[in-house]
Design a protein around this ligand. Structure first.
Ligand SMILES: [Fe+2]
Length: 288
């Protein structure tokens, strides 16, 4: 019998994130991060630097002159775009894993995470959040718990779906009934274990149930942005797994974020366009 403790123990066996990745993610998650500090951190890691320069020089950004250094990249592509690429590359070094269970074939989890990151970032930008990178990072990492929980679910995903539909439960409630925990709780615990900033932990921990985040404060809007970003990503159908079938969006989320239906449509269209560009240049041909 699988229990919650076994699942939590498994978190500690997941590959540890390189310290430089934790440092970068922590640095870009502060409201007034210093781009020079981040650039300095990036350059301490040779493979991270090489991967980022390769992306910056890919057709994705359509630059004419070749970029040879991270500092040059900051000047040419600007801090926002560069930070998204840094976060993407850093997260990819650890988080691009196949997922058993959840009906997530190949790189579906990674694709869905990227679509969620783009949608959450777009919402944050639209609402002029202090630091939209936080929404991007949280979107990218929100479903990491599936890597751990998926190993336990294995071929039993149909069992979770059956329990969900028979009891008219959400996928999350069915996960809790079967495993005593759910993938958002495990995502939160993983980020905690990796010593990521609290604002990221909160944003992934409540991504399906933002109303359960009761601490308020500045973190709340990021929780809602990732929730709505996830809903939009699922609607695009990009890398959607078994739990997408029973997804329920919180009915106050749009109001909290000041979004209308037409905004949702627009963000969804932007997400698809941006994802396709990124997928072509970053996901398919990206060096590992
Ligand atoms: Fe999720």
């Amino acid at each position: 019998v699988i229990n919650r403790d076994d699942i939590i123990k498994k978190i500690k066996s997941v590959k540890m994130i390189p310290p430089v990745v934790t440092q970068i993610i922590t640095a870009v998650s502060t409201p007034d991060f210093d781009i020079k500090e981040v650039a300095k951190l990036v350059t301490t890691d040779v493979s991270l630097t090489a991967n980022i320069l390769k992306i910056v020089n890919s057709p994705y950004l359509g630059l004419i002159d070749k970029i040879n250094t991270i500092n040059q990249a900051v000047v040419v592509v600007g801090s926002k775009v560069l930070m998204n690429l840094v976060i993407l590359t850093a997260a990819e070094m650890t988080a691009r894993e196949p997922v058993h269970g959840y009906d997530l074939a190949g790189e579906d989890l990674w694709k869905n995470s990227l679509a969620t990151a783009i949608a959450s970032f777009t919402i944050a930008e639209k609402n002029k959040f202090e630091n939209s990178n936080i929404a991007f990072t949280a979107g990218l990492l929100h479903d990491m718990g599936k890597i751990v929980l998926g190993d336990f679910i294995g071929s039993d995903v149909n069992e979770v779906i059956r329990i969900a539909s028979e009891n008219k439960m959400t996928f999350l409630e069915a996960e809790r009934k079967v495993y005593g925990t759910d993938h958002q709780e495990i995502s939160g615990m993983m980020l905690e274990y990796w010593k990521f900033p609290q604002i990221l932990i909160d944003s992934v921990r409540y991504h399906h149930e933002p109303e359960k985040y009761t601490a308020g404060g500045v973190n709340e809007k990021y929780v809602y942005a990732v929730h709505a970003g996830d809903a939009i990503a699922l609607k695009t159908g990009i890398g959607t797994g078994a739990d997408g079938l029973t997804y329920q969006m919180n009915n106050t989320a749009m109001e909290k974020l000041g979004l209308k239906n037409s905004d949702m449509e627009e963000i969804m269209a932007l997400t698809i366009i941006e994802f396709k560009k990124m997928e072509k240049d970053l996901v398919q041909n990206h060096p590992k």
